[in-house]
Write a protein that binds this ligand. Structure first.
Ligand SMILES: C[S@@+](CC[C@H](N)C(=O)[O-])C[C@H]1O[C@@H](n2cnc3c(N)ncnc32)[C@H](O)[C@@H]1O
Length: 265
């Protein structure tokens, strides 16, 4: 019988860790390789308790989707930077409230696309396309995406854990603005972003990883022109906490990210 090893399927480059696979590893998933696990452990050494941070990220994503669909009445979601499938994926959370919600997953990692398509193959209201946040015009011009998401009706744009993977030189504020400009009034944007608290830990984390920790001021600029939904841009556990979710808010790692939702007037 052939041995199962880390040989790369789908022609993937396994010379470098991928954000999606490292995140999967930290969430306790199985879709990762040696290079990702090594990077995950490097992060854990710099950020003890990081698993609580990634868990909190998934939890706030779920709460945001429940808000968008259950409270704001949004019926179309575009999730850029989807990540590998795990528990409580965006379409599952949305469809538990309304199976008619249209969900478009966008990611630039081919590995994510293979998994997303396999998971979604039987779901007519959900689409997965390859796209890059750094190329908003191409993304908006994607024929499959355009056929799935009606840009004349409000959209919930989800940018969860992705903007900190975009370097300053790629101007993530301009990219976000271009995407928001394409959405109609009444649309919402949810952002989760790693926080630079101006301390030694934020500095060494930023240097050690290909990830940009930004200050609260820098993160709030992503919401320029939008009306903030209560409670505004806050620490992840404080964004509309769900009484049923167990929050380890004594974990210092939870102070290293912020979340917020803005509404396009
Ligand atoms: C840490 S995962 C976050 C997954 C999920 N959104 C969550 O918060 O649980 C970041 C995802 O963003 C994707 N990503 C990074 N840069 C991207 C880009 N420029 N365009 C599209 N996707 C990107 C990665 O492939 C990865 O799947």
């Amino acid at each position: 019988m052939a041995e199962v090893d880390d040989a790369a399927p789908y022609g993937l480059n396994l010379a470098e860790a991928s954000p999606a696979r490292v995140y999967d590893y930290l969430l306790g998933g199985k879709d990762n390789f040696d290079v990702d696990r090594a990077e995950g452990e490097r992060i854990r050494a710099l950020m003890p308790g990081v698993e609580h941070g990634v868990r909190a990220q998934r939890d706030v994503l779920g709460r945001a989707v429940r808000f968008l669909v259950g409270e704001a009445g949004i019926r179309q979601l575009v999730d850029i930077g989807t990540g590998l499938p795990t528990a409580e994926n965006v379409h599952q959370v949305a469809h538990a409230l309304d199976p008619e919600v249209r969900v478009a997953y966008v990611d630039n990692d081919p590995h994510v696309l293979v998994h997303a398509r396999a998971l979604l193959a039987r779901n007519a209201n959900t689409l997965a396309v390859r796209g890059d946040l750094r190329e908003p015009a191409a993304l908006l011009a994607d024929r499959e995406l355009a056929a799935h998401i009606d840009l004349s009706a409000p959209v919930g744009l989800i940018l969860c854990g992705i903007l900190h993977h975009i370097q300053d030189e790629d101007d993530p504020w301009r990219l976000t603005k271009e995407l928001v400009a394409a959405l109609p009034s009444g649309s919402y944007v949810f952002i989760h972003h790693l926080l630079n608290r101006g301390d030694e830990q934020s500095r060494s984390l930023s240097e050690a990883r290909n990830t940009v920790y930004r200050t609260k001021d820098e993160i709030s600029r992503f919401f320029a022109g939008l009306e903030m939904v209560t409670p505004g841009l806050v620490g992840v556990p404080d964004w509309r906490p769900d009484p049923d979710q167990v929050v380890h808010d004594d974990q210092p790692v939870l102070k290293l990210a912020m979340a917020g939702v803005g509404r396009k007037p």
